[in-house]
Design a protein around this ligand. Sequence first.
Ligand SMILES: [Fe+2]
Length: 416
Amino acid sequence: MIKLEMRKMLHTIAALTDLGNEINSSKDFDEVIRTSLHTCLGTLAIPKGAIARYSAKPRQLKIVAAKGLAGVVGQKIELGVDEVAKIAARTRPIKLTAERNGLAHFVRRNQEMFNKLRAHLAVPMIVQGELIGVIYLSEKLSGEAFSDDDLTIINTIARHIGLAFYNQRLIVSLKRRAEENRRLYKEMRQVYHDVVRAFGSAIDLKDAYTKGHSDRVARYSEAIAREMGLSGEELENIGVAGYLHDIGKITVDRAIINNPRPLTEREFKELNKHAVTGYEILANIRHPWQEIAYMTKCHHEKVDGTGYPQGLRGDEIPLGSRIVTLADSFDAMMTDRPYRVRLPLEKALNDVERNTNSQFDARVVTAFCRLLLKELNGASRERIIIPMIGLKFDRAQIVSQLEAIISQFEEISLAV
Ligand SMILES: [Fe+2]
C-alpha cells in the first residue's frame, strides 16, 4: 500500500515537473493549455475534462480546451457578481453533484452545460485572490471517489495552470502598453521634428536671401554624416543641428542680416553673436538638445583655430559642427547672397579645396566629395545635393575635380 502511494506521489511529481516545463516553454499558448489539461487528466486517470478561462467583461467562463468531449470548446457559462465572489473564495475543488456545495443556483442554471462537460468537479483557478478560470473534471476512470490527496494534487495543478493564464494576460497587457508607448514616442518625435522645421523656416524668413537654407543645410549635413558612417540618433541630431545652426540670428537686427554692403566691424560683431545666442536658446532644452546646442555654437569654428566664438582647433570642434560648417558654406556658395551672385559648382569646389585643413575638416571634405561623386555616378541610394544645385555644369570636369580632391586629402584624413 505504502509502495503504491509512493509510486503515485512520484508519478505526480513527474507530472508537475512536466507541467512546469510545458508552461514555461515558448510554445503556442493554446497548445500549452491543451497539454496542461492532458497532463492533469493523465495524472489522476480522469477520462474527460475541460478548462474555462474567466473574463470580467462580460462576466463569463469560456471553454478554451477540452479532452474526451466533443463540441464544447468556445462554449460560455455566464456568471453573476456574487457567483464570481463565491467561486473565487473556494480553496478546494467544488463537487458539482453535491447538494450542499453553496452554488446550487449556479449549478442548476448551468446543469445542461455541466452534463455536456460530464463535470463532476469544478476546480477554481485563483491567483492573488482573483478568479482566472475553472477546470472541469469528470469522474475517475476507475469510478473511485476522489481522495483528499487527489484533491490536493488537482489544486496544485490548477494553481500552475492558473499562473500560466495570469502570466500570459500580463504579457499581453505589457505588449499592448509597449505598443502604445512606441506609438506615443513616434508621435512625440514627429512633433519634435515639426517644431525643428518650424524653427528652421522662422530663421530663413528673417533673411530675404536664404530661403530654404536651413532645410538644405540639414539635408546636406545628414547626407555627409551618413557617408561618414554615422547613423541613428547621432545622425538625426546632426540633421537637427543643420536646421537650427543659425537660430541665434532671430535676435540679430534684420537690417544687418539683409545688408547688401560689406558689414562694418560693429555689424560683424553683432552678427557673429548669433552662434552663442543660438547656444543659449537651445541649451536650456533637455537632452539631446544640449548636444545640438553645442554643435550650433561651434558652426563658425575653423579647424585651424581661427574661427569663432572659441577659436577651437581640429577635433576640439564637435564632428557635427564640422559637418554643418561645410554644408552651410557650400550652400552659401551655391546661392545668391546680398553681396554676390552664386558661384559655379567648379568654383565652389575650388573654394572648398583651398579651405580644407584651414576652415574645413579634411575627413568631412573627402566624405562630401565621395557623396557628390556617388550622386553623379548614380551609385547613391538617393540624390540629395546634386538636384539642389540647380546649375548647369560640365559633369566630366566636376568628376575629375572631385577625384582630385579626394586623392589629395584622403591620406591625410585616414591618417588622422
Ligand atoms: Fe551661422
